[in-house]
Design a binder for this molecule. Structure first.
Ligand SMILES: Cc1cc2nc3c(=O)[nH]c(=O)nc-3n(C[C@H](O)[C@H](O)[C@H](O)COP(=O)(O)OP(=O)(O)OC[C@H]3O[C@@H](n4cnc5c(N)ncnc54)[C@H](O)[C@@H]3O)c2cc1C
Length: 375
């Protein structure tokens, strides 16, 4: 390898790629990250901005690790002092109770607590009358791109090279990945990590025209598009609010459509959420989101929209991330679906350790190699 070839090349400058670059560079690796647009151009810069418990036993360890990494992140990143709480709301009390009881049994730390209508209105005055709700003890609102930008700054401070505006694809040589191909040529690398969000499957299953892919037909990650509408409410909610049933839509096979969610930070509220297989035109989707949201928070109906944006969740076939080695010289860190901001740093730490050859602690249910190419 040439003298300035990186030990590790990373494809993708979202939360996962930037956290990986920081950890690897801090542990002494020469790191080069390729981002085809700008850092945080995808969902990592356009999400709703809520660090939230993922409500899946297989993910709670990674979530706890991420929370600890956020505490010490620095580089301009600040965590709110305490969780605002997530209110799960519904027009149908009977439909909500089984979800609450299930979460209360599985995750006592969330203190899933049903709120009596009178208590509910006192706790969250912006809500419409007649709703049922329960509260979860989680939810730290942060600016959407803040974590990614902070990890990028930390990576650069540790010597990583983060290149924007350059697309990269893994170079295949026989049965192994040996580097990165860009528009200007190929560059060797000791290892390649694909952290390209929803575009990860395509990069791995079909990276180079004319070259037989290492893993033809490997497509466990797809895009599930969301639209966020930003507004400034005269009376902003105290909690993050989401409509009951939203957890089901957050799985690749959970159905499509839109349900109400609202995350507020510093007076700006991000209204969602859509779950669409194709990239939408956000301004066409926004009126339906506002209309649905106004059923739960009436003031949304008359509020001026500040901005709208679309982005894609990297959804895996079983709703959990894919982490770690996949082939000789090739690692994956992707597939975080609706939880990438909440889980990204913990996942990146696990993959960084695997790349560095440390004892692997990646849980079996999150291992990238659990998915095989389709026949
Ligand atoms: C509407 C919406 C709201 C959300 N809200 C939350 C939330 O409140 N809390 C939470 O925890 N999660 C949330 N998420 C999920 C979270 O945003 C994602 O899981 C996370 O951002 C994924 O990060 P990533 O780094 O894996 O991928 P991405 O952010 O998609 O980054 C991948 C990057 O790879 C780049 N890339 C692709 N191909 C190439 C190539 N060939 N060469 C170089 N670069 C390439 C892309 O340009 C992109 O920048 C939300 C998602 C959506 C859609």
């Amino acid at each position: 390898m040439s003298a300035n070839a990186p030990d590790v090349a990373i494809v993708g400058g979202g939360i996962v790629g930037c956290a990986l670059a920081a950890f690897l560079a801090e542990d002494g690796a020469r790191v080069r990250l390729y981002e085809r647009e700008q850092l945080a151009a995808g969902a990592s810069g356009r999400n709703s901005g809520l660090l939230q418990h993922p409500m899946d036993e297989a993910l709670t360890g990674v979530y706890a690790a991420s929370a600890a990494l956020y505490e010490e992140l620095g580089h301009g990143f600040e965590l709110p002092a305490e969780a605002v709480g997530v209110l799960v709301v519904s027009e149908d009390a009977a439909a909500l109770e089984p979800t609450r009881a299930d979460l209360a049994a599985r995750f006592p730390e969330l203190r899933a607590e049903a709120l009596h209508p009178a208590t509910l209105h006192a706790a969250e005055p912006v809500l419409a009358e007649g709703l049922a709700a329960f509260r979860l003890d989680t939810g730290l609102p942060v600016p959407p791109a803040a974590a990614t930008q902070a990890f990028a700054a930390r990576a650069r401070a540790a010597g990583a090279e983060l290149i924007e505006g350059v697309a990269g694809t893994p170079v295949i040589d026989g049965a192994r990945v040996t580097g990165i191909r860009t528009a200007t040529g190929t560059e060797p690398a000791g290892a390649v990590v694909v952290a390209a969000g929803p575009w990860t499957s395509a990069l791995i299953s079909n990276p180079q025209p004319g070259v037989r892919p290492l893993l033809e037909g490997w497509r466990p990650i797809s895009a599930l598009w969301g639209v966020n509408v930003e507004l400034r409410l005269a009376q902003p909610p105290r909690h993050a609010i989401e409509e009951g049933g939203i957890q089901d839509l957050q799985h690749a096979d959970g159905g499509l459509g839109n349900l109400f969610s609202l995350v507020t930070r510093d007076g700006v509220s991000a209204l969602g959420s859509t779950f669409l297989p194709e990239q939408p035109e956000p301004t066409e989707v926004a009126p339906a989101l506002v209309e649905r949201g106004a059923r739960f928070v009436p003031e949304l109906g008359g509020t001026h929209v500040v901005s709208v944006r679309a982005c894609a969740r990297p959804m895996s076939a079983d709703g959990r991330p894919l982490l770690g080695p996949l082939a000789d010289g090739l690692f994956v860190a992707a597939g975080h679906g609706p939880w990438g901001i909440s889980l990204g740093p913990g996942s990146a730490r696990l993959v960084a350790d695997a790349v560095l050859g440390r004892p692997a602690e990646i849980p079996r249910e999150l291992a990238a190699a659990r998915f095989q190419p389709a026949a």
